[in-house]
Design a protein around this ligand. Structure first.
Ligand code: ADP
Ligand code: GLC
Length: 492
């Protein structure tokens, strides 16, 4: 592509500033890869309470954000660059909406004003472009939080963004932004968009649904998930709507930031290692066992889990078999936070089992140590749009045990002893039995087919899921979106 595009990239979380999950990893890495391809990209996110402002530059003038019947609200704007890059990132500062302990909610659930918070953020992102005299060719929205952007850009803000094509990436279809229809008067997109083909869903507003309808292109984070979301099983009620729009739907697998997730340079590890010298992995295993007060043994298979404790991640399947699994000579460590029942349940397991350990909470350092110190990585998700941890695991020579869904199915090649291939272990049925049998199968390979296990590790560690490749795919989607917006004569 010869023409350099102006791209506005809006996300509710961006590494290293705020993160609850993989969206932040993507938003912190993809813009850098796009800039390396020559594009002019600006990232925007809310300035949460946890984002410290000391090292940020404050823009002199406040930003006026029109909020319909609520009048105009005034936000502050901070600016810096993404680490190790020249990509500018802007923070929308509005204490009343973002000066809170959580990103989306607290122990009482989602914040009651999430509709206004993220409509405000989306509008602020567009106002920011105007303030910076930045005319985007592409407005790239992510998940429901910013899915109002495609609708806003062609309605309330059309005068300034008439030539901007919008792309919406779905990282997780489960969260759609369902709200009381009164938010229409805050969005100001016109009540004609409150119809079942756009923003309306059962008499309420569904922001993601409207975004899907109005975006010039929609992407999701793996090819398999792009197919799955068109079925009732994975569609969360939007499968029919997505099928209507599948001519503009693309699946693009996430990449990995190998400056962060790479055992050769990982600063959190007891010892670095790589495919040519695996000694350090044993040191990492020992370090992990010590950290969790497990027996320090190099011969026992150690299985790790890192992830949100929610149904999506197959947490109930794990709960269903963990005690039976722990009767075998294995060790399991889990890092996660989320549903309280799960934290309580696994804490109890940890109390009674000496080959199981839990860290209920969020710790980036421990996530890295688990990737490196484990022999296998457990990810039995019920659905998984892409999944990053299994891809990180590959680089650490930690073989994933996964359910064959979404990005897990696209990235993990099942062990095949006869043909000597594979980079992990897969099961298909979302049942505790299938999980149990697959873990035991992996354990058997670890214990009794050492050569095959090591061959898989070496293969896995040499795989490369590059952001550069993904960014090139996004370029193609941007071109598609621009042609959709500006007509077939538009050439780049
Ligand atoms: P999702 O976005 O659905 O949570 P992904 O696999 O795409 O799943 O990304 C999860 C990201 O969040 C990974 O970078 C993972 O290491 C990180 N993560 C999840 N839970 C924790 C935790 N408790 N502590 C540290 N990192 C976590
Ligand atoms: C979502 C998905 C996860 C994906 C991530 C980044 O949180 O649950 O599968 O890897 O977004 O795209």
């Amino acid at each position: 592509m010869s023409e350099k595009l102006n791209i506005l990239f809006a996300a509710a979380e961006v590494v290293p500033f705020a993160k609850t999950g993989g969206l932040a990893d993507v938003a912190g890495a993809l813009p850098k890869a796009l800039q390396k391809l020559g594009h002019n990209i600006k990232v925007v996110m809310p300035r949460y309470y946890t984002v410290e402002t000391e090292k940020l530059e404050k823009l002199p003038a406040p930003l006026g954000v029109p909020m319909g019947i609520m009048g105009e609200l005034w936000a502050g704007v901070y600016k810096t660059t993404l680490p190790k890059s020249k990509v500018e990132i802007y923070f929308i500062d509005y204490e009343h909406y973002f000066g809170r302990s959580g990103l989306y909610g607290d122990e009482n659930g989602g914040y009651h004003d999430n509709d206004n918070r993220f409509v405000f953020f989306s509008k602020a992102a567009l106002q920011l472009c105007k303030m910076l005299h930045f005319t985007p060719d592409i407005i790239h929205a992510n998940d429901w939080h910013t899915a109002a952007l495609p609708v806003l850009a062609k309605t309330r803000f059309v005068h300034d963004f008439a030539y901007a094509a919008s792309v919406l990436t779905i990282h997780n279809l489960q969260h759609q932004g369902h709200f009381y229809k009164g938010v229409m008067d805050v969005m100001e997109v016109g009540w004609e968009y409150f119809n079942p083909y756009s923003l309306e869903s059962s008499e309420s507003v569904n922001i993601l649904k409207g975004g899907i309808a109005e975006a010039d292109a929609v992407t999701t984070v793996s090819k398999k998930y792009a197919l799955e979301i068109q079925t009732p099983e994975f569609g969360f009620g939007l499968d029919g709507h997505i099928r209507v729009h599948n001519h503009k739907l693309f699946g693009i697998l996430n990449g990995v930031d190998y400056t962060e997730w790479n055992p050769a340079v990982d600063k959190f590890l007891a010892q670095n290692y790589d495919v040519g010298n695996m000694r350090g992995k044993l040191t990492c295993k020992e370090d992990l066992q010590k950290h969790f007060h497990l027996a320090v043994r190099d011969d026992v298979p150690l299985i790790g889990f890192v992830g949100r404790f929610v149904k999506q991640k197959g947490i109930e399947l794990i709960a269903g078999v963990i005690n039976k699994l722990l009767d075998h000579d294995i060790q399991v460590v889990m890092l996660g936070t989320g549903e309280y029942w799960a934290e309580d349940f696994f804490s109890e397991v940890a109390r009674f089992r000496d080959n199981f350990a839990l860290h209920a909470g969020y710790s980036n350092e421990l996530a890295h140590k688990i990737e490196a110190g484990s022999d296998m990585f457990l990810m039995p998700s019920l659905f998984e749009p892409c999944g990053l941890n299994q891809i990180y695991s590959l680089r650490y020579g930690t073989l994933p045990i996964v359910r064959a869904t979404g990005g897990l199915d696209d990235t993990i090649i099942n062990f095949d002893a006869q043909h000597k291939i594979g980079n992990g272990f897969k099961f298909y049925d979302a049942t505790a039995e299938a999980l149990y049998n697959t873990v035991l199968w992996a354990v058997d390979v670890y214990n009794n087919k050492k050569e095959a296990f090591q061959r898989m590790q070496k293969f896995a560690m040499q795989e490369h899921f590059s952001w550069e490749d993904s960014a090139k795919e996004y370029e193609k989607v941007y071109l598609f979106a621009l042609q959709h917006k500006r007509g077939n004569n538009y050439e780049i």
